[in-house]
Write a protein that binds this ligand. Sequence first.
Ligand SMILES: C[S@@+](CC[C@H](N)C(=O)[O-])C[C@H]1O[C@@H](n2cnc3c(N)ncnc32)[C@H](O)[C@@H]1O
Length: 268
Amino acid sequence: MAEREVTRRQGKDYATHFSPREYMRAYFSTAQGDAGEGELLPQLLQFLHSAFATGEVSGQRLLDVGSGPTIYQVLSACESFPEIYLSEYAQSNREELQGWLNCSPDAFDWTSIVQFVCRLEGRSGCEEEKTERLRRAVQAVLPCDVNQDDLLLGSTQIPDLFDCVLSTLCLEAACDSVEGFGAALSRMCGRLRPGGWLVMTTVLQETFYRVGVETFRVLPVDEGNVVDAVRAAGFTVRRLTKHGAPDVAGRERASDFKGLLLIVAQKK
Ligand SMILES: C[S@@+](CC[C@H](N)C(=O)[O-])C[C@H]1O[C@@H](n2cnc3c(N)ncnc32)[C@H](O)[C@@H]1O
């Protein structure tokens, strides 16, 4: 029987076909994440914990680019940055974030992941305090498009300069060429002060991931592509960690990533 052709969503489709609820349910229901992705989520959480726990990556203001509907990525950062600006392309994702910030009764439940991060910090039992700290830290949920020169799309009343830019699993989803990836990275760090920090996580050689019934296209990048882009954007790489992907067979995999790259870099 002929295989059904799958439409690979990309670009503007994020505004219309990306279901925040399906995304969070599939990948963030527990701190173990999606079974087919092996240790991806624990590795992300562990890396983000260690990146911020050293105390070196710290300051006043942090910009998270392409936040999606998720808050896992800023749970560690809120201990080191009292002001956090979330930014995201899709309005539906921004609404999910806002719902969580407003303690909406039907907001996604992040308890399992907050518990995991508190355990990493040696502060089991402090989940409520952590959640409150993060809610207090978030100053705004801004629209953003990494493919536009004006990345934050004319948002006003935001700082001219940030001390840290964080971005998790975003550019490879948002860009359609290696050149575009580099340009978006430079743009994203345009508001970073000299000496400021870039913390970025990237899936390697991924061509797709699934969200509910939809399949999203991903730009396959390798370690060299990412490191070259980071250096070309004016950074010194301070820390680089790489993990392989699990060997999961089958067409029903949630994604086809081959590895995970975790980078801390400092702007010259
Ligand atoms: C795989 S999700 C990652 C979300 C979140 N950062 C995380 O770690 O789970 C990719 C995100 O990139 C966002 N995105 C897609 N195109 C974008 C663009 N042009 N500018 C900024 N973000 C974009 C999507 O809306 C989506 O939230």
